[in-house]
Design a protein around this ligand. Structure first.
Ligand code: F6P
Length: 326
């Protein structure tokens, strides 16, 4: 028997394009099944402060195409404490929310796991992060938009790099994960990518620059922000300048443009599918899991398996960069 009457939905952690499409899907699916829905503003922080908004069909109209999150988001320190979580529980019980959909990344799911177990509370998660660093889904909501933003930005950098015969080191997001660097690197024809998951061999990089084609006047090297071996984009640039003064070297840090913008169709469809599945499964009694898509099929992964350090880098993609950049 369905015990759930009112669902709460929130976005938490770093925002990602497509989060609004996910909120819309959760709200409309809940209403379709005659459940009530409350939006919770600013993630766990808003839960603790009782920031609840009743949602109807209209409150999610015309948001599928919007970047960011209409519910706003936050990283909550208070929710990491038992006192904070107790207060959050009190608040959601006070408005009779009996299940939650959490949209976010590893921090969001770590919080969801602890809270769900502490209070035996039904929660399902939707993977919303540009980093694509969650196990249990081929793609996270926001990743596709982000790599398209990076591709467009680096294409522009390539234009000016080519005109001036310059070498650019471009830093992209990914605190612990190189997947933005990896795919966008293939997409822009980067000469090299440096990511946290693999050891950066600067000697090998210098050798490649030494022997690389002289008729290719521009070079793009992509560094993920979490790449730890070589001290980051600026330090690599200094080393290249020392060794190859003939290269006119520049650094470009793409920053938060990677988190904004209109979600791609792929992200909108992914968010819609996952949002519908989350509500349908909550009704059936599922809890404590992230809803993802593996090989095109809806898949469920316990929160503690979904969080980072489990995602493997596809070695074939790394090899593709190596082969095609020659
Ligand atoms: O988690 C997504 C992410 O974009 C990371 O790639 C990046 O390191 C981080 O967020 C940046 O966070 P903030 O906006 O808090 O600086």
């Amino acid at each position: 028997m369905n015990q759930i009457k009112r669902i709460g939905v929130f976005t938490s952690g770093g925002d990602a394009p497509g989060m609004n499409a996910a909120v819309r899907a959760v709200v409309r699916t809940a209403l379709f099944y005659d459940l009530e829905v409350f939006g919770i503003r600013r993630g766990y922080e808003g839960m603790i402060n009782g920031e609840f908004i009743p949602m109807d069909r209209k409150s999610v109209a015309n948001i599928i195409q919007r970047g960011g999150t209409i519910l706003k988001t936050a990283r909550s320190m208070a929710f990491m404490t038992p006192e904070g979580r107790n207060e959050a529980y009190k608040q959601i019980k006070g408005v009779e929310i009996d299940a939650l959909v959490a949209i976010g990344g590893d921090g969001t799911f770590t919080g969801a796991k602890i809270f769900g177990e502490e209070f035996n509370f039904p929660i399902l998660g939707l993977p919303g992060t540009i980093d694509n660093d969650l196990f249990g889904t081929d793609f996270t909501i926001g990743y596709d938009t982000s790599i398209n933003t990076v591709t467009e930005a680096i294409d522009k950098i390539r234009d000016t790099a080519e005109s001036h015969d310059r070498l650019f080191i471009v830093e992209v997001m990914g605190r612990d994960c190189g997947l933005i660097a990896l795919r966008s690197g293939i997409g822009v024809g980067a000469e090299s990518i440096m990511i946290p998951e693999t050891k950066t061999d600067l000697n090998a990089l210098m050798h490649r620059l030494e022997i690389s084609r002289k008729d290719k006047s521009s070079k793009i090297l992509i560094v993920a922000e979490g790449e730890g071996d070589s001290g980051g984009a600026f330090e690599i640039a200094e080393k290249i300048k020392d060794k190859f003064p003939q290269y006119d070297t520049r650094v470009s840090v793409l920053g938060h443009i990677q988190r904004g913008g209109t979600p791609t169709c792929m992200d909108r469809v992914l968010a819609s599918r996952l949002g519908v599945a989350a509500v349908e499964e909550l009704i059936k009694g599922r809890k404590g899991e992230m809803v993802g898509l593996i090989h095109g099929q809806i898949a469920f992964t316990p929160f503690d398996h979904a969080v980072k350090h489990h995602v493997e880098i596809n070695q074939d993609l790394l090899k593709i960069v190596e082969i095609l950049s020659l």
